[in-house]
Design a protein around this ligand. Structure first.
Ligand code: UT7
Length: 344
């Protein structure tokens, strides 16, 4: 069996739509105020897809930028995973992006694990690239994307949710690295909470008569809207993210005979759902605010699966040699964390 190799991020990219939805504009749409939004969420602006922008165009733009940043030929990518919850059609977004990028014969599939979908995507790619190396001695590359069009599923008459979400995409090319490796990943899903945050009844049941097996032809597709019991989600979110950070450190220690602790963490990227959640996670981990990423929630709102990779670009080149953790939480309730080094 070959020696283990280091696998990490070799290139990063993102795409943010040009349209900016401000709190002042939301004040004209629903009964809300800039003061309430900033106090309760920390959000000031979000980006919203306009004509000519789509999940596919955002994912392709973010991926192209990551591939360019990695300096590799896209044809060397053997696995594509796109974390996305708002691509409500087939074929998969991954297959469309694969084709647009000119990647032949990769294993390409979407992952729907709420706002943690990017973490789940990275975990799958990391495990697969490790397997390809250990089993076949093959060094290959993977592409992880988090992209979301939350504006598609947001009810802009519901003030309790419409102020929260935005659109965007972030991407990472993953492959062999000299430094800056992924140390461990951890994911889980707590299905018992699934009803607190959902987008259901997308398609009305078309079977109208079960005895006769009659199907109703739907002329108009009614998009449902996201529904969330915010305060209940809030409480589970903080608890879960803090515990997932501890779990990923413990997994790394157990697998490698190490004794890493929370005090060794230089920086955390928590899912950017709400500034209060981000701060609570930082406080529970005894990290000062400068060690916890929060610009994403202020500037782009909650971009679901895209929020963590969008954040990486804000700190590009600033954190050399850091030990960092990404941690996310969302519908499902699916959650997870990545423990990684930043390249020297
Ligand atoms: O990414 C997936 C994970 N999602 C999350 O983690 C989101 C978690 N939840 C949250 O971030 C927060 O619960 C929210 C931001 C959604 C809500 O904040 P909150 O402090 O929990 O407020 P609340 O829902 O308890 O509402 C407090 C009050 C209510 O009024 P009354 O009943 O006290 O009179 C709401 O009707 O604020 C009212 N309210 C608003 N007022 C002005 C709710 N939304 C708004 C609004 N503008 N946009």
């Amino acid at each position: 069996m070959p020696e283990r190799i280091k696998i990490g991020y070799v290139g990063l990219g993102r795409y943010l739509p040009e349209n900016i939805l401000t709190n002042a504009r939301l004040e004209q749409i629903v009964d809300t105020s800039d003061e309430w939004i900033v106090q309760r969420t920390g959000i000031r602006t979000r980006r919203i897809m306009g004509p000519g922008e789509s999940l596919e165009s955002m994912a392709v733009a973010a991926a192209k930028s990551a591939i360019e940043n990695a300096g590799i030929d896209a044809r060397r990518i053997s696995v594509v995973r796109i974390g996305v919850n708002t691509h409500m059609r087939f074929p998969s977004l991954s297959s469309l992006v694969q084709e647009a990028l000119g990647i032949p014969d990769a294993s390409a599939a979407d992952i729907s694990a709420g706002c943690s979908s990017f973490i789940f995507s990275v975990e799958e790619i990391f495990n697969r690239l490790n397997f390809e190396w250990m089993a076949f001695g093959k060094k290959s590359y993977g592409l992880a994307v988090g992209t979301e069009g939350m504006s598609i599923v947001t009810d802009y008459s519901d003030r309790s949710t419409c102020v929260l979400f935005g659109d965007g995409a972030g991407a990472a090319v993953i492959g062999p690295v000299a430094s800056g490796e992924i140390l461990a990943t951890y994911t889980r899903t707590q299905g018992k909470y699934a009803g607190l945050l959902e987008l259901d009844k997308f398609m009305h049941v078309p079977l109208t008569d079960q005895r006769e097996m009659r199907f109703q032809r739907l002329e108009v597709t009614n998009y449902p809207y996201l529904r969330m019991e915010g305060p209940k989600v809030f409480a589970v979110a903080v608890r879960t993210m803090v515990s997932d950070v501890r779990m990923v450190i413990e997994r790394y220690n157990r697998a490698n005979g190490q004794q890493l602790t929370e005090a060794d963490i230089d920086y955390v990227y928590p899912h950017q759902a709400n500034l209060r959640i981000v701060r609570a996670v930082g406080e529970a981990l005894k990290l000062t605010p400068d060690k916890v990423y929060s610009d994403g929630v202020k500037n782009y709102g909650n971009t679901s699966a895209a929020s963590i990779p969008i954040g990486y670009i804000d700190n590009l080149g600033k954190h050399r040699g850091n030990t960092e953790v990404d941690v996310a939480f969302g519908a499902g309730f699916a959650s997870g964390a990545i423990l990684r080094k930043v390249a020297e």
